[in-house]
Write a protein that binds this ligand. Structure first.
Ligand SMILES: C[S@@+](CC[C@H](N)C(=O)[O-])C[C@H]1O[C@@H](n2cnc3c(N)ncnc32)[C@H](O)[C@@H]1O
Length: 215
């Protein structure tokens, strides 16, 4: 897709994409929080699961490996990361559909998924697009379906408080750091919004959120 003011690539600059997987693995400790996100989603037999902003497919693949009985789809706006995701999937031999699309304009009918998971995507979206995306998540979830997000959130210790002023400078990150995502989820129709876990990472405090569409 074409670059635009409102689109931020995985590592901000398209040319840095090949460095994304090593950075996430070695610097962010992604394995721990992504496994925790999948655990909290309580995916069941026959569930249809969307990984929103799947990037290079690490979370998508992990979901499928932990829940081979689920129908798992990954969506991202960037064809470059999707090519990496497809190559990784082919080399491992798991079946996942990867689709190009925008988070705030999902190419799915209403009530298409039981779970939407999303890792490190909301801090790429402007405040307006965060709200549009949450509404889209609500729309494509079935009644009783759940949204599970891992992203930068409100600081919760000395280190994350120290980083907050730097992170808040970017409009896309600011609402995350102010802890506004839960309120936005409620305003988008979700209930039972919770933050079951948080992690300190080198880049700041990462929050795991859960929200439910009433059945
Ligand atoms: C930091 S990466 C996270 C990738 C993956 N979820 C992970 O945890 O490794 C953010 C991803 O969001 C995607 N993205 C950003 N804005 C988007 C939008 N409006 N619609 C769809 N994908 C978007 C980027 O292309 C990038 O792959």
């Amino acid at each position: 897709m074409a670059k635009s003011d409102t689109y931020i690539f995985a590592l901000k600059y398209d040319g840095l994409t090949p460095l994304y997987d090593p950075l996430l693995r070695w610097v962010m400790g992604e394995e721990k929080f992504k496994r925790r996100l999948i655990d909290q989603a309580q995916i069941r037999l026959g569930h249809r699961v969307l990984d929103l902003g799947c990037g290079t497919g690490t979370l998508t693949i992990r979901i499928k490996q932990m829940h081979p009985e689920a129908d798992v789809v990954g969506l991202d706006g960037d064809t470059g990361v999707l090519a990496i995701a497809r190559a990784k999937t082919a080399s491992i031999g798991v079946s996942i559909g990867f689709v190009q699309g925008l988070a705030f304009q999902l190419p799915y009918p209403d009530a298409a998924f039981d779970r939407v998971l999303s890792s490190l995507v909301f801090h790429h979206l402007t405040t307006d697009n965060k709200i549009k995306t949450l509404r889209e998540c609500f729309r494509v979830l079935k009644p009783g379906g759940e949204l599970h997000i891992a992203d930068f959130g409100k600081p919760f210790n000395t280190y994350t408080n120290l980083l907050a002023p730097v992170m808040e400078k970017a409009e896309e990150v600011s609402a995350n750091i102010q802890g506004l995502l839960p309120q936005m989820m409620l305003e988008s129709g979700f209930t039972q919004v919770a933050e079951p876990a948080h992690y300190t990472t080198i880049f700041g405090g990462l929050s795991l959120y859960r929200a439910r569409k009433l059945g």
